[in-house]
Design a binder for this molecule. Sequence first.
Ligand code: AMP
Ligand code: ZN
Ligand code: FE
Ligand code: FE
Length: 282
Amino acid sequence: MVYIDLHVHTTVSDGTLTPREVVRYAKEKGLKAIAITDHDSTEGNKEALDEGAAIGLRVLPGMEISVKCPYGAMHLLGYCIEINNGYLRENLDLLSKARQQRNSKILDKLKDIGMALEYHDILKIAGGQQIGRLHFAGALMKRGYAGTRKEAFERFLKKGGPAYVDRFRFNPKEAIGLVLKSNGFPVLAHPCTLTGLDTEELDGFMGELVGLGLKGIEAYYPDHTDEQILCFEKLAEKYGILATGGSDYHGDNKPEIDMGAYRGDTRLPFSVIDTIREFNYK
Ligand code: AMP
Ligand code: ZN
Ligand code: FE
Ligand code: FE
C-alpha cells in the first residue's frame, strides 16, 4: 500500500496552497499521487500536472461539482476529465456565473443583518478565481463576527442559515453526464453529507446513480465513522464500483484536516489510480 489522496483543493477554489505548492507539499509528505479537485473549476490542473511531472509525483486532473439533490449535500468528483474539453468548459462557465450571482446575494444578506463586509474583503481572502462560502466564513472571522469558520457556517452560511442562498446546480443525471462526456470518471464525494436516507434508501439511491454512470464512491473520508466506511465499501462491492478516498484538503482554510488523512491508518492502494486511468484510456 502506498499513500495517495484523491481530494485536494487549491487556491483556484477554497484551498490556501497554490496548485504548485499543493504538489510540493504532497511530495514532502511522502504521498505518491494526488488528485486536484477544485470546486467547479479545472483551472489548477495544468500547473499541478506540470509540477508533478517536474518533481515526480503522480497528479490526476479533476474537479468537484455540487449537485442538486433532495438528500442534503451531494458533491460529485470527476477524475481524469479532459481539462480543455469545450463542452466541459461551457458548463463550468455556467456554474461559475451562477456562483458569482449567488455570492453577491450572500453579501447582500449579510449586510442586511448588520455585517460590515464589502466585496473586496471577500476577494482579498479568496485570492484565486473561484469564490465560495468558505471565503465568506474567513471574512466573517476576520471581522470578529465568528470565532471560527465552522461557527460562521453555523450562525450564517449553512443551508437554512440567515445568509444562505441557493444556486444553480446540475441534477445527478446532468452532473454524471457532464463528467462522462468529458471522458472523466465520476465518483460520489463524501457520501456522509447525503442526509435523510436510511440504509435501504441509500442503497436505492446508489443504484440510481450507478444506473446513470457513477463509477466510484469516496468511502475513505475524514468525517466517516468505521460503520459508514464499512457501509460504503459494501455498496461499492454490491454495485461493482470503485471505493476511493480523499482528505478534502483545504490548507489553512480547514486546518484540522491534513493532506493524506482519511481515517486512522487507512491507506489507499495505488491500484485505485490504475483503475481510474484504465477506464479513462479504454
Ligand atoms: P460553496 O461551494 O461555495 O457553497 O461552498 C461549499 C464549501 O464550503 C464546502 O466544500 C466546504 O469547503 C465548505 N463548507 C460547507 N459547510 C461547511 C461547514 N459546516 N464548516 C466548514 N466548511 C464548510
Ligand atoms: Zn471547499
Ligand atoms: Fe465537497
Ligand atoms: Fe471538496
